[in-house]
Design a protein around this ligand. Structure first.
Ligand code: NAP
Length: 483
């Protein structure tokens, strides 16, 4: 797939159905995180290119909005089929630029394709309503219309899934898009453009603009009055900046931001199953996931048993380059992510915690970090107050349900959460009381294209996936009628 995108040279921008270099010739290097070595150069879009992408998306918008939903659905369906048939190649590309272990990359390739399938099915089910006004004087019609040109900004951690989770509903709704992928992982986004091109997406409906100048190109697009919508996935810090930019022209904004998920294990939980769930919730994607279990709260009656089993499982993880046989944990995305993990462990142990396993970067090339378990965490340990985007897991003991809930909710974030208990009544009670957009009960894996994904508090605005996702790309129009 890399060869198709680069054709032996640098990878290019995809604007208006054409592959082109940046207007000023700028390029950026994409590195292999398993070695730190450059893979290939990619065109780095300029402000001029951003305007050209808006021109293309705006130019295609009216016709695309008027295209029959079934036609849009079938393009998405074809894209789904191409992705599934090429899942192995796509997975290799994901490993190359992002580093995750091959089985996880394969899982991402299929998961991301599912967003195209799901939204191809949703495209033909955008249903409005009609009712008689309470006063009997008119009919109230509510119709849903595509919102228009949408800017999609995505992170590097799931370079395929974060793109399809946005392109799928945008296309289904009839919106044209400009995708700005993370600079660490632009290749997978360009592969998406190839796939959509092959599936029949008309020129201008999807544009992909890699750029090292995220602030400038983002601002150029979001202050262009032809752009009506932003769908952002990334850090809370950048989301906040973007909301300031979108406030200037009141651009509709949905935000999938950072998390600091609590993982609660009660004294009546099946410990073996809780450990298996924690391994998934913490270590999926090498811990570089917005819904990663970052505060593992375990009842003091079972905390020793849990910690021992969990530490054994963490210590047994095979770390190495994502393409190597049997590897479960690849490198972190870049050097600064690796450095951040070292600092985080230092800060936490400095505040009194103990390293049960791991705790450092192995001495090898690439940006690796050991699977790490920290215990003896005081409630004011600074590690609990921030998102851990890597393979570091703090385990904290608690005594009562009230205390566990108070600790779980003691965060500005509110994305995912997890509860392990054999008492379903308690599970549901705690699920209702937790301040989070998503709760897994006796499950460590919650993501599903058919489910509404999103957060509360500083974790975001809006939902992606499920029957809700398409509404982030639709406006509701009220028509008052007499007949
Ligand atoms: P990030 O630094 O916020 O970057 C996300 C995207 O925003 C990248 O494409 C980045 O481009 C771009 N960007 C950065 N500054 C910008 C600006 N001033 N204007 C416009 N765009 C800008 O996040 P990340 O490090 O890639 O991803 C990790 C974060 O994403 C974590 O906090 C994680 O929790 C969150 N996340 C959330 C979800 C969710 O669904 N809630 C899912 C996945 C990840 P460059 O790469 O060029 O800087």
């Amino acid at each position: 797939m890399l060869k198709e995108i680069t054709d032996g040279g640098s990878a290019q921008l995809y604007i208006g159905g054409e592959w082109k270099a940046a207007s000023d010739g700028a390029e950026m290097e994409v590195l292999d995180p398993a070695t730190g070595a450059p893979i290939v150069n990619v065109a780095s879009g300029s402000v001029e290119d951003a305007t050209a992408a808006v021109d293309a998306a705006y130019g295609a918008a009216a016709e695309w909005a008027a295209t029959a939903p079934r036609v849009r659905a079938e393009i998405l369906r074809r894209a789904y089929e191409i992705m599934v048939s090429r899942a192995d190649e796509l997975a290799e590309l994901i490993v190359l630029e992002m580093g995750k272990a091959l089985p996880e990359a394969r899982a991402e390739a299929v998961y991301s394709a599912e967003f195209f399938r799901w939204f191809s099915e949703e495209a033909v089910r955008v249903i409005g309503s009609v009712s008689t006004a309470p006063g009997g004087d008119k009919r109230i019609m509510a119709v849903h219309q595509p919102i228009g040109v949408s800017v999609l900004i995505t992170p590097w951690n799931f370079p395929a899934a974060m793109a399809t989770r946005k392109i799928g509903p945008a296309f289904a709704a009839g919106c044209t898009v400009i995708l700005k992928p993370a600079s660490d992982t632009p290749l997978t986004a360009l592969a998406m453009a190839k796939i959509l091109e092959e599936a029949g997406a008309p020129p201008g409906t999807v544009n992909v603009l890699p750029s090292r100048r995220a602030g400038a190109v983002g601002e150029a697009m979001l202050t262009d009055p032809r752009v009506r919508n932003l769908s952002f996935t990334g850090s809370t810090e950048v989301g906040r900046k973007l909301l300031e930019v979108t406030s200037r022209h009141i651009v509709r904004s949905s935000m999938e931001l950072g998390g600091n998920s609590p993982f609660l294990v009660f004294e009546d939980a099946d410990i073996e199953s809780a450990v298996a769930g924690a391994m998934i919730a913490k270590m999926r994607n090498g811990g570089q996931s917005c819904i990663a279990a970052n505060r593992i709260l375990v009842h003091n009656a079972v905390v020793d048993e849990f910690t021992q089993q969990f530490s054994r499982a963490m210590a047994a993880i095979k770390t190495g380059p994502g393409m190597e046989d049997g590897v479960e944990l690849g490198p972190m995305i870049n050097e600064s992510a690796q450095t951040e993990m070292k600092e985080l462990v230092g800060v936490s142990t400095g505040a009194g915690s103990t390293v049960m396993t791991g705790g450092d970067a192995p001495s090898r090339p690439g940006f690796f970090f050991e699977p790490t378990v920290l215990t003896k965490i005081d409630f004011d340990n600074p590690i609990l107050g921030r998102e851990i985007f890597g393979p570091v897991a703090p385990v904290i003991g608690f005594d009562t349900e009230e205390q566990a809930l108070a600790l779980a909710n003691d965060t500005v974030h509110g994305l995912a959460s997890y509860v392990y208990t054999e008492d379903l009544k308690r599970g549901l009670r705690v699920a209702e009381a937790i301040e989070a957009g998503m709760v897994g009960i006796n499950r460590g894996l919650i993501s599903d294209p058919a489910a509404p994904f999103g957060g509360v508090k500083e974790s975001g605005l809006g939902r992606e996936g499920g029957t809700y996702g398409i509404h982030e790309f639709l406006e509701t129009k009220y028509i008052a009628a007499d007949w």
